[in-house]
Design a protein around this ligand. Structure first.
Ligand code: FES
Length: 75
């Protein structure tokens, strides 16, 4: 999913950088997310927060590509 329309940056791009240990500011510098209109900043920050080591459940669901809802419906 495209998070930043201005810079054509996807949630996967942001997730990959966050998992590499980069914070929002570093990702912003690297990718340019939220550097034009700024509408994507909140969403981009949420994605980075979900990938932080302090939120392992969210990070796990992003690793597998399945949400807990998807896992429940496949049982
Ligand atoms: S949508 Fe990201 S800067 Fe405009």
């Amino acid at each position: 999913m495209i998070v930043c329309v201005c810079r054509r940056i996807s949630d996967r791009d942001i997730t990959r950088h966050a998992r590499a240990g980069m914070g929002f500011d570093d990702i912003q510098m690297e990718l340019g997310v939220a550097t034009q209109c700024g509408r994507c900043e909140g969403c981009a920050r949420d994605i980075v927060a979900q990938c932080s080591p302090s939120n392992p459940v969210a990070a796990l669901s992003q690793d597998t590509g399945f949400s807990s809802t998807q896992l429940d419906s496949s049982i």
